[in-house]
Design a protein around this ligand. Structure first.
Ligand code: CO
Length: 182
């Protein structure tokens, strides 16, 4: 189990590095990211959210319990095409209790490597497409509140300020990464 980093931890605002080594350590890291995601009742988690600046994300938008179908681990993902736009309600484990409407592409096609390094492609729409975009943004150092319209920003501004105060009170610094991923 990893500790999830809350905004504005600087690790959330930096572009993550590509993964170049596909080994047991990476597999263990991905398994522990899934455990952390289930424990925190999330449907997606990106490595920067646990303090690791590597291009790794996990998603399960169908989960009812750990291990049930729908687990996707993406290493070095890229969104290769997209279609349509829609407003969707969104939250993030790094912004506890904060939800807002975000404009997302309706459909995306993404390519990524699996934990063994094999290239895969996925076509997604709806909630899964939204999750892929949200977690991919984390790898770019982008958080969902950056995508809000001014009226949505106004709705969450107080809660975001509270998170900033809490981070400052806790020392205002990022903790070391729990594991090094090459
Ligand atoms: Co998030």
């Amino acid at each position: 189990m990893f500790e999830v980093r809350d905004y504005p931890d600087p690790v959330l605002l930096k572009r993550a590095r590509p993964v170049t080594v596909f080994n047991k350590r990476l597999e263990r890291f991905v398994a522990e990211m899934f455990d952390t995601m289930y424990e925190e009742k999330g449907v997606g988690l990106a490595a920067p959210q646990v303090g690791v600046g590597a291009r790794v994300l996990v998603i399960n938008t169908e989960w009812e319990e750990k291990g049930a179908g729908g687990e996707i681990a993406m290493i070095n993902p890229e969104i290769v095409s997209h279609e349509g736009e829609e407003m969707r309600n969104e939250g993030c484990l790094s912004f506890p209790g904060i939800y807002a409407q975000v404009k997302r592409w309706s459909k995306v096609r993404a390519k990524y490597q699996d934990v063994k390094g094999a290239w895969k492609e996925i076509e997604a729409e709806g909630f899964l497409a939204q999750a892929i975009q949200h977690e991919f943004d984390h790898l770019e150092g982008r958080v969902f509140i950056e995508l809000l319209t001014p009226d949505q920003v106004a709705l969450v501004a107080k809660d975001v300020e509270q998170l900033k105060r809490e981070f400052k009170r806790a020392g205002g610094k990022s903790k070391p990464a729990p594991v090094e991923i090459e």
